[in-house]
Ligand binder design. Structure first.
Ligand code: SAM
Length: 288
């Protein structure tokens, strides 16, 4: 936290993340000028289930390689670099947190993927892209900081080409009550905006999407969170998301597992398609 006036950006900003990641990699004897996405996966896949969850979501999409992909709330860029590296697609990432965008750009240069992946700072609620410019919009664990889901999903639909697809991994509110805080996306309830899976689905459909695949992945997420929680009494590994999260990372890991266990949170994967009937017609109407 850095007293940034935007409380969400403040939550995610540490101020020295790039240096901390490079120092950890050097400690692991990695060549920091020639990194691979695998070298970085412990830290740059900043969502429940990390790389295996990204692989599962990508497999649902069955990418051919020629697609243009937008990663909304791209964080440090782990998923976007992985998609470019594994499938050959071209990816743009957008994220609210300036430090994450700078680190994403730096890591992308060091993995030799800068020709395929680009990043910019911006708000998912006001996507700075032309209508119909992407084949796929991808987003993992970003919407839980976003209250105005109607606007978020309408914007995602707007930037998709006709017939384009949306791939989501999202945290949903479960029936067990509000989450225990702190969690990875919020230290307090004010910046946490969870909706139930049913409410999320209804908002996606109202924004002009048709559900192709909808999978509850709470059990997998809980298994992964529980495994990670068992290691919180040990010293952290050199490279991990604790470098992003700050001093209360142990409490966040424990609460994540507990929230899933008590069904305060649930996780789902979804693939959606632009429904034929447009909900609105232009960037101007979306931004109004
Ligand atoms: C838990 S991280 C996930 C990062 C990345 N998707 C991943 O899976 O590695 C959540 C991200 O959402 C971003 N975010 C939150 N609200 C946003 C908004 N309104 N617009 C763009 N990004 C946002 C945060 O800055 C953060 O990088």
């Amino acid at each position: 936290m850095t007293n940034n006036p935007n409380p969400i950006e403040d939550h995610y900003t540490s101020g020295a993340l790039g240096a901390a990641i490079l120092a950890a990699l050097q400690g692991m004897r990695k060549d920091i000028d020639h990194l691979t996405p695998d070298d970085l996966a412990a830290v740059d896949e900043f969502h429940g289930g990390q790389r295996p969850a990204t692989v599962r979501l990508a497999e649902l999409l069955d990418l051919g390689g020629s697609e243009r992909v937008l990663d909304v709330g791209c964080g440090l860029g782990g998923p976007s670099r992985f998609l470019a590296w594994r499938y050959g697609v071209r990816v743009s990432g957008i994220d609210l947190t300036a430090e994450f965008v700078r680190v994403a750009q730096m890591l992308t240069r060091r993995t030799g993927l800068a020709g395929q992946v680009d990043y910019r700072q911006g708000d998912a609620l006001d996507l700075p892209f032309e209508d119909a410019s992407f084949d796929v919009v991808w987003s993992q664990n970003a919407a839980m900081n976003i209250a105005d889901r109607d606007r978020l999903y309408r914007g995602m639909r707007r930037v998709l080409k006709p017939g384009g697809r949306l791939a989501l991994q999202e945290v949903a509110a479960g029936p067990g009550g509000p989450p225990h805080f702190p969690v990875q996306w919020a230290r307090e309830p004010a910046i946490s905006h969870l909706f139930s899976a049913d409410a999320t689905r209804a908002k996606l459909e109202a924004a002009g999407f048709r559900v192709v695949i909808w999978q509850d992945t709470t059990a997998e997420a809980l298994a992964s969170a529980a495994r990670r929680t068992r290691t919180t009494s040990d010293a952290p590994p050199p490279l991990g998301t604790h470098l992003i999260l700050g001093d209360d990372w142990r409490a966040m890991f424990k609460n994540s597992a507990r929230n899933l266990e008590e069904r305060r949170t649930e996780l789902f994967n979804a693939i959606l398609e632009q429904a034929e009937e447009p909900a609105f017609s232009s960037a101007a109407s979306q931004r109004a």
